[in-house]
Design a protein around this ligand. Structure first.
Ligand SMILES: [Zn+2]
Length: 233
């Protein structure tokens, strides 16, 4: 309920993907929807995403983010990637931030932007057995912490993305590659909310950028799809 603004108590227990599809059809009956209720790491989901006009990344880990970044680069699909983060210390919120990163076919990728933690991505892309092994060995920590989703913070970033997408479609101005939101303004020395654009440059030698325009020869489905269909949580 705290993650889906339009959800009602009657809908508790239903998958977000199903409810999202219903919401679209209730408001736009003529809309065509195709719902794939699975994790990203299935051939069905990855194949479907190769042919879309625009990707919206609303994911909660850098493993999925890495795959979307590669899909965007290999198939020249614009990617609007959203992220939020809340930090707390001793029961007190110390930072509440979000950001929109836009990967355009000719622009820098999420790795160029420093938005993918390779260790986190590797953890989330490994099998459940490998993940359990890494946690047991102490190679990773903190991955099992369930961060609460805060609807208003998510809403700010979602609306920033919707507006930037409108800018992208209309061509009213150049699409901004990176917009940061900072609720507490702690990093600015000014107690206020901040919405700040950031200049980003492609990093020469970025390994992810080598996938640019490669299409199926980037072997994304082969590298990431698992054989079994994993049911989404
Ligand atoms: Zn890059």
């Amino acid at each position: 309920m705290n993650r889906l603004v339009t959800a009602t108590l009657d809908e508790v227990g239903n998958a977000k993907a199903i409810l999202g599809g219903q919401y679209i059809r209730n408001h736009a009956p003529e809309a065509h929807t195709r719902i794939i209720q699975s994790k990203l790491q299935t051939a069905e989901a990855l194949d479907a995403l190769k042919d879309v006009d625009v990707l919206f990344g609303c994911v909660d880990n850098d493993g999925a983010r890495l795959i979307l970044n590669e899909l965007a680069l290999a198939f020249s699909i614009p990617l609007f990637d959203l992220g939020v983060e809340i930090e707390a210390k001793e029961g007190c919120v110390t930072a509440a931030c979000g950001r929109l990163a836009v990967v355009l076919p000719e622009g820098p990728c999420l790795t160029c932007m420093g938005q993918i933690d390779v260790h986190e991505a590797r953890f989330f892309l490994s099998t459940p057995e490998e993940q359990a092994f890494q946690v047991r060995r102490g190679y990773v920590s903190g991955m099992d912490i369930k961060a609460p989703a805060v609807a208003p913070l998510n809403g700010v970033v979602a609306n920033v993305a919707a507006l930037e997408f409108a800018i992208y479609l209309s061509g009213q101005r150049t699409t901004s590659p990176f917009t940061e939101y900072d609720l507490l303004g702690t990093s600015r020395g000014n107690d206020s909310q901040w919405l700040t654009p950031r200049r980003i440059k492609a990093v020469s030698g970025c390994i992810e950028c080598t996938m640019r325009g490669k299409g199926d020869s980037a072997s994304i489905v082969e590298r990431y799809a698992r054989e079994e269909k994993v049911e989404a949580l």
